[in-house]
Design a protein around this ligand. Structure first.
Ligand code: FE2
Length: 448
């Protein structure tokens, strides 16, 4: 009997030890090596292929060729090797000091069927690629987003990409700081090649981060490389800038906002956001989410306050529109908050998720403000990615997957209910909105 008791105690203690074991965080890793920086001059074939949503039932295919005589044409069809449709688009290039880019081709395909795999080739030659279109529009249509930020191109980035590749997602949201080229343009090419295996298969929707600006005052304008390589569907959402736009997919309206262009009440972005939010129909798109780079709420010591001016300007607008979730990057760590408004928990407020832990070379932001604020529900400085799974018009799950070497481990999972289905009175008076917006700092960047 005593032996049985001892064994039981041992098992119990072992279980307690397991449940309280601290995760040992692995160190940052070096930049991954991409042959020829993703600019192979020996081939006329498409390189750095990626796809983007381009309006209802349309997808944009983008790629680079070293040849400037390659046609901007995509042939495609629903059977491998059978291309019964074709589309032609535009080509562009840029120079950056002594760097001369290849030619970037952007071609819009469509109308396309929903939830369908299309096979395609670029420029009239192989290799063949394939992508799957998103689910159909509809308020209760399930859809899964992969969510990343601050990817860069290290071995941890590769780990994150490998994990996403195994995940059955429909659309990827990227919260900015893509390549970490930081003025060394070949790193944009190697980043394009690094992400091609997933970015050629599912639409990548990006917004800009500070590392994407690359402006040299009076010499080189901002976002030259970013805008040339990653044109988003801003025309399709009545925006005049590639730095902010929106799109709708399944039952979700997604705002892609710009942290590094003007955002005050007098800015074009603010006017566009007001007009865009006025068009949102929560009956058709019950979910309303936003993606931006510099977080508005974060309890990490890194970059404190950098999102405050934008938050002061735009938080009332988003709160009034009953935005469900804001995804941000910039801080190289993961954090999730309770619903917040004006720095206080608010059942009608926004869930803030920081997902700037994609794997870049700068490593993790490991220092936190203590004690942990009451509004911070989960925080951890580890590399990883997010999964936002909308099940219907009311319920979605959020899972943060931590990279543990080669494994992707679900480390924070929560159910989220859309505010569109809330029975609370979530209206905000216009006077409080204007008063809060007027507090916006003059530190905002100029309009770009
Ligand atoms: Fe950043």
């Amino acid at each position: 009997m005593k032996v049985v008791s001892l064994i039981s105690t041992y098992i119990l203690l072992s279980l307690v030890a397991l449940s309280t074991a601290q995760y040992i965080r692995p160190p940052k890793r070096g930049r991954i090596s991409i042959p020829s920086f993703g600019r192979d001059s020996s081939t006329p074939a498409a390189q750095q292929v990626h796809v983007t949503l381009a309006g209802p039932n349309r997808m944009k295919v983008s790629w680079m060729t070293m040849s400037f005589n390659s046609p901007s044409t995509v042939e495609y069809g629903v059977a491998s090797g059978v291309y019964d449709s074709a589309a032609t688009g535009v080509a562009t290039s840029y120079t950056y000091f002594l760097y001369k880019s290849g030619e970037f081709h952007h071609v819009i395909l469509g109308p396309l069927n929903d939830n369908t795999t299309y096979y395609y080739r670029c420029g009239g030659i192989g290799p063949e690629f394939s992508f799957k279109t998103p689910p159909p529009a509809g308020p209760h249509v399930p859809i899964t987003f992969a969510v990343v930020g601050d990817l860069g191109q290290t071995e941890w980035t590769q780990s994150t990409i490998d994990h996403i590749q195994k995940m059955d997602h429909d659309v990827l949201l990227n919260a900015g700081d893509l390549s970490y080229a930081d003025f060394y343009e070949p790193l944009w090419d190697s980043f394009g090649q690094l992400v091609q295996p997933i970015a050629s298969k599912r639409p990548w929707m990006v917004t800009q981060g500070n590392h994407d600006v690359e402006e040299i005052t009076f010499i080189i304008g901002p976002f030259i490389s970013y805008n040339t390589r990653w044109p988003m569907p801003y025309n399709e959402s009545s925006s005049t800038s590639n730095l902010y736009y929106s799109f709708e997919v399944a039952g979700v309206h997604v705002l892609m906002l710009g942290s590094y262009t003007g955002y005050s009440q007098s800015s074009p972005q603010y006017s566009w956001l007001q007009a865009d939010l006025a068009k949102v129909n929560r009956t058709l798109t019950p979910w309303l989410v936003a993606v931006l780079h510099a977080p508005w709420y974060n309890s990490n010591t890194a970059h404190q306050g950098e999102g405050d001016a934008m938050m002061a300007a735009m938080e009332p607008l988003l709160r009034q529109a009953q935005v469900d979730i804001v995804f941000a990057g910039h801080i190289h760590a993961y954090e999730r908050t309770t619903r917040l408004y004006l720095k206080n928990p608010d059942p009608c407020g926004i869930v803030y998720i920081n997902i700037g832990d994609g794997g870049n070379r700068e490593g993790l932001a490991t220092e936190y403000i203590n004690p942990q604020p009451v509004w911070s529900l989960f925080r951890e400085a580890s590399f990883g990615h997010g999964e936002f799974g909308v099940l219907n018009g009311t319920h979605a799950y959020w899972t943060w997957h931590r990279n543990e070497d080669t494994e992707s481990v679900s480390s924070d999972t929560v159910w989220i209910t859309s505010l569109s289905s809330s029975t609370l009175n979530c209206s905000v008076s216009s006077s409080s909105r204007i008063a809060a917006a007027a507090a916006a700092s003059s530190k905002e960047p100029r309009d770009l």
